[in-house]
Design a protein around this ligand. Structure first.
Ligand SMILES: Cc1ncc(COP(=O)(O)O)c(C=O)c1O
Length: 462
């Protein structure tokens, strides 16, 4: 590379060297110290796991475990899988990723897009079950010729990747001034690798672990015993057994953060600062702010944002998902309105001048039924798109690009106001499959399935 040029030869050269960004003071005015965020979601595969993927693969090549034409087989909650896919694609290896079905659909689609063969396993099975994703990955690796299983949970190169890349990078970015490092643990590689390096530079640096409730790690760190695990929703962190890459002796303190607080913090950070983390980044920041409130003005705390919020648009960043799973407060049934039953996805509207071809695509892609038709933005409701008529026209060979929706209308079902009591929707939906709801001059569909899904958002005891 010439001195003036700054070009990566391959995508692998774009891994690491992620920015360290100061949390704006006004995000937490009650905090005196400085908080820095390591934006590791800006790695090519969307997470800090690209670092371990590259390091584990390079070390496996050196040890002769992975040979040209070989296949990488790994179990992953998505991010290590994506990192390994990036590395595999760049270096020409085949790859199989085993992922539990709790993970977001975006993550699973991303793995497929990056060329992986994806095996989805049930998430609600015991760790000893042959269906557990770790066991499935081990079995596929053992049965496939030329396969190599990185086994990030017990691979020393996982921890070393952070020791040799993330940690020195952080130390240099901080000019050697870093007092507290806060991070969650899944395999424990990040916390152990970074913790070991920072303590070697300055034994006074405090390492704080973060856990979701239901994981065993915080309890094990405090009591040296394994407690019962329970389900939690934040992805990538927490464990139900003690991972080999996790070193509790490096950790000075543990914080436990409920899922709802993690998600709310991730959303707030994204909306107020443009820094767009996944749920575990929100979890880290909740713990970081708690610790930061106890620190003096001259202290510097660093936390890491492991992966990208874009991988969670259907979960952490979906109000429907948050409401359905109880991460937003329930609405008292005695006060609930029709709008409290509505879903974000049902926003689709047609205008009378739209072509029938466009309407057919909208009906198919958006899955909204019935599709309201208005005579313009915020205009009069003319009816709903007549799918039967559209199919008939299609069968007759009509040119749907040349026809307008106005020629393909049927009468609208009952229209409710968004501010009407929610029981109106229950009454109406006893007699019809779907109603329309008027929200500030726009119309949205609400069907029986939406109603049934939304009922748990209401607090019927209030
Ligand atoms: C989103 C996310 N955050 C945090 C972690 C935890 O990192 P580690 O496995 O190094 O403990 C992971 C691990 O998969 C992750 O996917």
């Amino acid at each position: 590379m010439s001195e003036k040029e700054s070009i990566c030869d391959t995508i692998l050269d774009a891994i690491g060297n992620t920015p360290l960004v100061r949390l704006p003071k006004d995000f937490a005015p009650d905090v005196q110290c400085e908080i820095l965020l390591k934006l590791d979601y800006l790695n090519p595969g969307g997470s800090m796991k690209d670092r371990i993927a590259l390091h584990m693969v390079r070390e496996a090549e050196k040890k002769g475990l992975l040979k040209p034409g070989g296949r990488i087989v790994e179990c992953s909650s998505g991010n290590t899988g994506a990192g390994l896919c990036v590395v595999a694609a760049a270096l020409g290896y085949a790859i199989t990723i085993v992922i539990p079905d709790k993970m977001s659909s975006e993550k699973i689609s991303a793995l497929r897009a990056l060329g992986a063969e994806v095996v989805v396993t049930p998430c609600n099975v015991d760790i000893e079950s042959p269906m557990h994703y770790t066991k499935v990955a081990g079995r596929i690796a053992a049965e496939t010729e030329g396969a190599w299983w990185p086994d990030q949970y017990h691979n020393r190169d996982n921890t070393d990747a952070h020791y040799y890349s993330t940690a020195p990078e952080l130390w240099e970015q901080c000019g050697g001034k870093l007092d507290v490092f806060v991070a969650g643990a899944g395999t424990g590689g990040t916390l152990s690798g970074i913790g070991r390096y920072l303590k070697e530079q300055n034994p006074q640096v405090q390492i704080v672990g973060v856990d979701p409730p239901g994981s065993i790690l915080a309890h094990y760190w405090e009591h040296q015993e394994i407690c019962d695990s329970a389900p939690y929703a934040v992805e990538g962190v927490g464990e139900e057994e003690v991972p080999g890459a996790w070193d509790p002796h490096l950790i000075d303190q543990y914080e436990v953060v409920p899922d709802g607080e993690s998600f709310a913090m991730a959303r707030r950070l994204a909306a107020e600062t443009g820094i767009f983390p996944g749920g575990s980044g929100g979890m880290n920041l909740v713990a970081a702010l708690k610790i930061a409130r106890t620190l003096p003005a001259n202290a510097r705390l660093v936390t890491i944002l492991p992966d990208y919020g874009k991988a969670y648009l259907s979960k952490v960043y979906s109000e429907d998902w948050l409401r359905d799973f109880g991460y937003l407060p329930k609405v008292a049934a005695s006060h609930a309105k029709v709008r409290d039953l509505m879903r974000e996805k049902n926003t689709a509207v047609l205008f009378s001048i739209d072509s029938v071809a466009w309407a057919v695509r909208q009906a198919g892609e958006r899955g909204v039924r019935p599709l309201p038709v208005q005579d313009g933005l915020g205009g009069k409701l003319l009816g709903v798109f007549d799918e039967d008529r559209a199919l008939q026209l299609l069968a007759e060979g009509a040119n749907l690009d040349k026809m307008h929706v106005a020629q393909c209308l049927c009468a609208a079902p009952v229209v409710l106001l968004a501010g009407a009591p929610w029981q109106r929707a229950v009454e109406a939906l006893q007699h019809t499959e779907a109603v329309l709801v008027e929200v500030r001059g726009e119309y949205r569909s609400l069907d029986r399935r939406d109603l049934l899904q939304a009922l748990k958002r209401l607090d019927h005891s209030a």
